[in-house]
Design a protein around this ligand. Sequence first.
Ligand SMILES: [Zn+2]
Ligand SMILES: [Zn+2]
Length: 216
Amino acid sequence: MNGKLSEKAEEILEKLWIEVEEEGNFFMDMEKIPLTPDDPVFHELTDWALIEMKDGQVSLRPEGKEEGLKVVRRFRLAERLMMDVFNIRGEAAREKACQLEHLLNEGVDTKVCTLLNHPSTCPHGKPIPPGQCCLEARMSGNLGVVPLTELKANEEGEIAYIQTEDNKKMQKLMAMGVLPGNRIRLTQTFPSYIFIVGFSEFAIDTNMAREIFVRR
Ligand SMILES: [Zn+2]
Ligand SMILES: [Zn+2]
């Protein structure tokens, strides 16, 4: 579509997209969004043919799905930017990401995505819908930072960052020497992940392995 949606319209698309694509529901109650038929945003979304209303329930039209995916992508990239680059976490990070997401259009999202090495998940582990830049980077094998779970047995990398909101886990990993800049070598991927950092070997489960990001 041509033209720019209002911030409120983008936020509604974001909510609807998550409801439809991730929660597996086809409709959402207007009250739950919340949205009313006399709201200018409602007209904005229906004029662009992004949403459809039936019996007080709203669904996404194919154009709305396409647009919603881009909004979700921008929001989750903004979340990553807050955490990975600015080291802002928690509620403050969410608020700032909510404001920033609206600025990441017209190719800015591609620049941010490239800067962050095409991350596949947000700080909460939700998938970031890949853009063209991610597909190209994946095809050329040019993916900089990946979760430890993407490494093969006996592959080695440098720890880029740890992504967890659980302080205990963070401390446990730090005590193992899992710190940015340290080398890590994966020795086994099943049934648990075994790796070597320094001169010590450790075993962790998949969930924890997903939270360690490594530069290949
Ligand atoms: Zn998130
Ligand atoms: Zn990308």
